[in-house]
Design a protein around this ligand. Sequence first.
Ligand code: UP5
Ligand code: MG
Length: 224
Amino acid sequence: MSQPNPAVEGGSSEKANDTQAPSAGCLSWLCPSFFPATNKKRIVFVLGGPGSGKGTQCAKLVETFKYKHLSAGDLLRAEVASGSATADLINGYITEGQIVPSEITVALLKKAIDKSSESVVLVDGFPRALDQIDEFLAIVGYDCDFVLFFDCNEELLTQRLLKRGETSGRADDNLESIQKRFLTFRNQSYPVVEKYEALGKVKRVDSSVGTPDEVFAKVSPLFS
Ligand code: UP5
Ligand code: MG
């Protein structure tokens, strides 16, 4: 991906438009296609099995390219930690390796995307099921630029997650939850990758070989 031109991507020209036609924003709910969403970001969905390196590689992309990183899982865990009205419900889904209802996750993502000043946003660990694509399109209003997919076998993922579980404190880094997460990934999340693959929008990286830096050497060129 080439670096976005701030004059085009949510930069000065869009802002100039906003100020010249304030009524368009007010009426956008009437006719969203005539009054397109303003402040549009370039979205990259970062997908892969549990422990495939999504978070690790996103951190490196942030360091290198100054993108915004939004982990759907982290947003949900923060919601649990906040003790909000949905905390117990969310925690139950996470521990069972199941997918939290889309409207909760998409609302958290939408809020965070709107708040971010960066024009490129890495959405890590979402969408995890086909219906979440529709929910995202309905609420956020536009699709991803492409999907970055990390491919890694379950045996290695299990080793990495159990190792991380020694210190992570995550409710789902135990063997029972890990196996449930794999099942959900195979049955519900992988179809998302297949759907975007059919659209020619998937960039696939083998994350089973090499150190995080060696994997990043394969990831980084996909963004330049
Ligand atoms: N590691 C990474 N790369 C390595 C390498 N090349 N060599 C050796 N070790 C490597 O990495 C995992 C571990 O592997 C780390 O210890 C790392 O150092 C090491 P990490 O980068 O953390 O992998 P990641 O893919 O981010 O793993 P994570 O566990 O976060 O993936 P999940 O997809 O399982 O977790 P997430 O946080 O996205 O979701 C958790 C739960 O939230 C879901 O199961 C679900 O219940 C819920 N959820 C939803 O319901 N909806 C959503 O939209 C999102 C989440
Ligand atoms: Mg993660």
